[in-house]
Design a protein around this ligand. Structure first.
Ligand SMILES: C[S@@+](CC[C@H](N)C(=O)[O-])C[C@H]1O[C@@H](n2cnc3c(N)ncnc32)[C@H](O)[C@@H]1O
Length: 315
């Protein structure tokens, strides 16, 4: 199977440099996606290493597993885990696995956003779905059908950092009285109508961008998932492969985020672990893409990579 032509892992050299994989180690990929990072790491774990691939999206997980198995060779074990990464620490602990490296490359993969049937993009018409795991949970259409106007305005404000949130919520709620919100193009058109004429021409981004981001974050509980993972990393740093621990001593943890709502809690959690002597920060400032990567891979332009190394021993 070929990879999605547009898909390139973000900040691959820097991420692998910080994770510093060694033969025989265990790598946990919380967001396997299309397996780009994991396939590059796999050969470095041979002989005898292990890779745990986690993703909410069952079809991406299958593709990543196939790709990473091909890259890993026979001596590296590859274990797929389907589900939200907030549950990954528990899955690892239950199986008696402690990771030496953890990567979370947040958000969506290019093949998800480019597929109109997944409903992530306002650029193409499609069903208003937005679930990273389309097999369960509430779609964006279901969410928009039940939420009240005030709650919707708060959601667009909080997760989209959208100043026009009240007017957008008002327009969406008024429009759903005429007909349910079931397509991306209808929602995008209603959101755009909440802006003064000419706003789209003045701004570099489409007026629907922030509202779509907010709906996607809400549908997938993205901030709740990230907070849960950060809490588990904190607990892992305290336990460090004691009974029930899921991260080994000296484990390297890297997180790539794509907007400030994600980067802020990562920065705070890593600084807190460093202040408590439980980890060393490997990045004082987040690492960002250089010009060449930004040109090659537009998605890398907003990426911020932060990493820590857990202490070798907790006194
Ligand atoms: C940016 S892509 C990862 C790309 C991957 N690093 C690569 O090189 O191919 C993000 C992936 O994370 C998955 N994802 C996002 N949130 C998740 C969550 N809470 N739990 C599990 N997977 C999640 C998405 O389904 C998507 O496949």
């Amino acid at each position: 199977m070929t990879d999605h032509p547009d898909h390139l892992p973000v900040l691959p050299v820097q991420t692998i440099g910080l994770l510093a994989p060694r033969p025989g180690e265990t790598y946990a990929d919380a967001t396997a996606g299309l397996g780009g990072h994991a396939a590059a790491i796999a050969p470095r774990l041979a002989p005898g290493g292990r890779i745990v691939l986690n993703d909410l999206d069952g079809s991406n997980l299958e593709r990543a597993t196939e790709r990473v198995r091909a890259a890993a060779g026979d001596s590296v074990e590859v274990l797929p885990v389907h589900g939200p990464f907030a549950r990954l620490p528990g899955v690892l602990a239950d199986r008696g696995i402690a990771a030496d490296m953890l990567l979370a490359d947040l958000g969506f993969a290019s093949n998800q956003v480019d597929n109109p049937n997944r409903g992530f993009s306002f650029k193409q018409d499609g069903p208003l779905d937005m679930r990273l795991d389309p097999s369960r949970g509430e779609s964006a259409a279901d969410l928009l059908a039940r939420i009240d106007e005030r709650e919707l305005a708060d959601l667009i404000w909080r997760y989209g950092e959208e100043r026009n949130s009240r007017r957008i919520a008002q327009k969406l709620v008024a429009a759903r009285r005429d007909a349910p919100m079931t397509t991306t193009s209808r929602v995008a058109q209603i959101v755009r109508s909440a802006f003064p004429p000419g706003a789209a021409r003045k701004s570099r981004i489409d007026p629907a961008t922030r509202t779509f981001q907010a709906l996607r974050i809400a549908v997938n509980d993205e901030i709740g998932q990230l907070e849960a993972l950060l809490d588990a990393i904190g607990r892992g740093a305290e336990e460090q492969a004691g009974p029930g621990g899921w991260l080994n001593r000296g484990a390297r943890v890297a997180i790539i985020s794509f907007h400030s709502l994600e980067d802020r809690p990562v920065k705070r959690a890593f600084a807190d672990l460093a202040a408590r002597g439980l980890a060393e920060r490997l990045t004082r400032k987040p690492i960002t893409a250089d010009k060449a990567e930004s040109r090659r891979n537009p998605r890398s332009r907003s990426a911020k990579l932060r990493a820590i190394r857990l202490a070798d021993r907790v006194e």
